[in-house]
Design a protein around this ligand. Structure first.
Ligand code: BES
Ligand code: MN
Ligand code: ZN
Length: 500
């Protein structure tokens, strides 16, 4: 989907479909909307007074122009909820619903009214509408042959933002940035949606390399020999049960010169997690193809950061492997040595994410980073605690935690803090090694993060447990059943917030 901010008169602008965001608590129609209503012979006003369209967040109504006084053939009214409560997220959702309505009636070009009557500032509004539109358009169709499908779905190819007289350079740039960020998040969704037989660790690394070449990132891929040379024995231990070789993916973006300390983004890259010898039940195991969602978000964020030419140095690290049972697999009670030198007693081979992350976080320290943020589909407990509406957020640094939380609010990729008190650390004490890889049932998300904390030294670090947010049933209007791409936009926004 292409997004354009156009300098045009919304009343005259010729378009197959014009979307109007309307609020439920506005007493009367004003400004442009009132003028459009006049040219629609009062249809909007009648729909409102009849109560058929009230402007609530779930309301949507498609109208046809009665004559030729309006440039738009169709007008779609999109409910925004209450004006006072309106933030970017309401615009993202409204744009997404307009795009889905256009898809439904097979219209491929959509104009969306974004002007000064909105309670959100121009640039932020433009970015949000672009994001909602681009995210809504995502589909995963590359493995469908079309056999037995009467009509393939249509795609909205062009989303126009109309209404800002100036369509100023700033508004245009904001729309472009929204489109890049959402496009990257869609890439993360595609990477997550690909099945594990086609997207092995080696293939994922190849894909990351191709993306890096496309946008001018430096990519380094470590194979088992390279991983061994870096002493990442925990990553190798998890990979041991699989026929597929692991890879360690390193993406580097230098946007702030050689001297500035980088931030490092780390993403869990399990292309499939069967649990290993501590095998998972069959029911729902297919969902574990999404266990590389954190890694996908990291790859996607680096792509966007490079495209946006942000003035920051950013490193992306993705330990990629499968976790399978076999005669050579890691066993419960095995003790492994991590890159950091700490020994770990593996009590449950299904707690593999923290093992591969331990080595990746230790590797991150070699950059002397200003901060490290990791994202991982790490614990089922996090889904129990927060459901699908927030990622778990744990950190050793209050200021960083607040930065991430704020980025989550701005992007609609919400996070909620859980404590990382020392009190929980005892649950990881091992009789034979420095620590165990599981801490029992209580506070599973916290003990998992507590395990990671052992590997970040004194560097400000935040951990996002995205087990409940990386994929879902598609409840947000811009999602579909399947992967969400979270937290790619949060990462981008956070890096941006540190340089502006
Ligand atoms: N990838 C899973 C976590 C997961 C579970 C993500 C459900 C999404 C939905 C992770 O590797 C895992 O298996 N975690 C275990 C940890 C336990 C053995 C301490 C879990 O949460 O059950
Ligand atoms: Mn697991
Ligand atoms: Zn896992």
């Amino acid at each position: 989907m292409e997004v354009d901010a156009v300098r045009t008169d919304p009343l005259r602008h010729e378009t197959p479909m014009l979307a109007l965001p309307l609020f439920e608590d506005d007493e009367r129609l004003e400004g442009r909307v009132a003028a459009i209503d006049e040219r629609l012979a009062g249809l909007i006003g009648r729909a409102r007074s009849a109560g058929d369209f009230r402007g609530r967040a779930e309301d949507l109504l498609l109208l046809y122009r009665p004559g030729r006084q309006l440039g738009a053939e169709r007008v779609v009214l999109v409910g925004m909820g209450k004006r006072q409560e309106c933030q970017e997220e309401a615009l993202r959702r409204a744009a997404a619903r307009a795009v889905r309505e256009a898809e439904r009636i097979r219209v491929t070009r959509l104009s969306f009214l974004v002007d000064a009557s909105l309670p959100v500032e121009a640039e932020r509004a433009a970015q949000a509408v672009a994001e909602g539109g681009v995210l809504a358009a995502w589909r995963f169709r590359e493995l469908k042959t079309g056999a037995g499908e009467p009509e393939p779905p249509v795609e909205v190819e062009l989303l126009e933002l109309v209404g800002w007289e100036a369509a100023s350079a700033a508004v245009e740039r904001a729309a472009g940035e929204g489109s890049i960020g959402a496009g990257a998040e869609n890439l993360a969704r595609t990477l997550a949606a690909r099945p594990p037989n086609l997207e092995t660790p080696a293939r994922l690394a190849e894909m990351a390399k191709d993306i890096a070449e496309e946008v001018g990132l430096k990519a380094t891929i470590l194979d088992p020999v390279g991983i061994l040379a870096e002493e990442m024995h925990a990553l190798l231990a998890v990979a041991r049960g699989s026929q597929e070789e692991p890879r360690f993916i390193i993406l580097e973006y230098l946007g702030a010169g050689d001297d500035a300390r980088p931030v490092v983004l780390v993403g869990k890259g399990l292309t499939f997690d069967a649990g290993g010898i501590s095998i998972k039940p069959a029911k729902g195991m297919e969902e574990m193809k999404y266990d590389m969602s954190g890694g996908a978000a990291v790859i996607a964020a680096l792509k966007a950061i490079a495209e946006l030419r942000l003035e920051a140095n950013v490193v992306g690290l993705v330990p990629a492997t499968e976790n399978l049972p076999s005669g050579s697999a890691l066993k419960p009670s095995d003790v492994i040595r991590t890159r950091a030198g700490k020994t770990v007693e593996v009590v449950n081979t299904d707690a593999e994410g923290r093992l591969v992350l331990a080595d990746a976080l230790a590797y991150a320290l070699s950059y002397d980073p200003a901060a490290i943020v990791d994202a991982a589909t790490l614990t089922g407990s996090c889904v129990v605690a927060l459901g699908h509406h927030a990622s778990g957020l744990l950190s050793n640094d209050d200021a960083l935690l607040e930065e991430i939380r704020a980025a989550g609010e701005r992007t609609g990729e919400r996070c909620w803090p859980l404590p990382l008190w020392e009190d929980y650390r005892r649950q990881l004490d091992s009789d034979v090694a420095d620590l165990m890889n599981v801490g029992g049932r209580p506070a599973g998300t916290i003990t998992a993060a507590g395990f990671l904390k052992e590997f970040v030294g004194q560097v400000p670090w935040a951990h996002l447990d995205i087990a409940g947010t990386a994929w879902g049933e598609g409840t947000a209007p811009y999602h579909r059943k399947g992967p969400t791409g979270v937290p790619a936009r949060l990462f981008i926004d956070w890096v941006k917030s540190r340089v502006r």
